[in-house]
Design a protein around this ligand. Structure first.
Ligand SMILES: Nc1nc2c(ncn2[C@@H]2O[C@H](COP(=O)(O)OP(=O)(O)OP(=O)(O)O)[C@@H](O)[C@H]2O)c(=O)[nH]1
Ligand SMILES: [Mg+2]
Length: 220
């Protein structure tokens, strides 16, 4: 079974090397999609042994993921794991995601920060994420506790056939609507998540409003 990990990354020079080193223990190869970073993400990721695809300009997380999926299909992946490059996901959770995918024979394993420990998540993010999960659940007709989490594992059946259009953060909800309305087997599992105290990056209110609007208007 060839397991490929895709890491969309935008200005993650400080964390990307550590994420790649730790994820490499559990995956056959790592694809970093460097989304027009202005820092040394490209160099750091290459030095750590990842395959790096560079976007010349910043296209967004959804676009970065699409690029990574195309490469994973070309490299004949059997399983794709996606995770963030900012160190918020713990690569040591990868074996657990793979176990569910292989032993429980599900097509998609969704990491959920809300089923795990979210003590360190800022309050406004808890509210925003809960709200977007409710909206996404309404669109899917199934309860999802963490619609925005990027830590997921997919079988080849899913990542070869489910294609998302969103180039920004909305991909996470759009992908779920497509997967769930296609009757694939899925499961949500608790994952660890780390929010450093001093943090200026990441999604904000504007991103949340954009996702909300797109979820309301999205035609499945
Ligand atoms: N912010 C941002 N991240 C991107 C972009 N393209 C790729 N990424 C990567 O996508 C991953 C998730 O981005 P984050 O901004 O941390 O999103 P998040 O984890 O849902 O939000 P936070 O909870 O605020 O951290 C990270 O690894 C980013 O480096 C982009 O255009 N903007
Ligand atoms: Mg993050």
């Amino acid at each position: 079974m060839k397991v490929i990990c895709i890491i969309p990354s935008f200005n993650e020079e400080k964390t990307i090397k550590g994420v790649i080193n730790r994820a490499s223990q559990y995956c056959d190869s790592i694809i970093v999609v460097n989304d027009g970073s202005q820092d040394e993400t490209n160099r750091e990721a290459k030095n750590a042994g990842a395959t790096v695809a560079n976007h010349l300009i910043n296209l967004g997380t959804g676009a970065a993921l699409s690029t990574g999926l195309k490469i994973a299909i070309r490299e004949k992946a059997d399983i794709v794991v996606t995770m963030d490059g900012d160190g918020q996901h713990d690569p040591n959770d990868i074996p657990m995601l793979l176990r569910y995918l292989i032993e429980d024979k599900v097509d998609i394993v969704l990491g959920s920060r809300f089923l795990g420990n979210i003590k360190s998540m800022p309050f406004y993010k808890k509210i925003g994420n809960r709200f977007l999960s409710i909206i996404t659940s309404m669109r899917c007709g199934k309860k999802i506790t963490d619609s925005q989490c990027g830590f997921r594992a997919y079988s080849a059946k899913v990542f070869k056939s489910i294609i998302h259009d969103s180039t920004d953060y909305t991909w996470a909800s759009e992908f779920l609507i497509r997967v769930i309305s296609s009757d694939y087997k899925w499961i949500e599992v608790p994952i660890k998540t780390i929010y450093p105290k001093k943090r200026i990056k990441g999604t904000g209110l504007i991103d949340g409003i954009k996702i909300f609007m797109k979820m309301i208007l999205y035609k499945s």
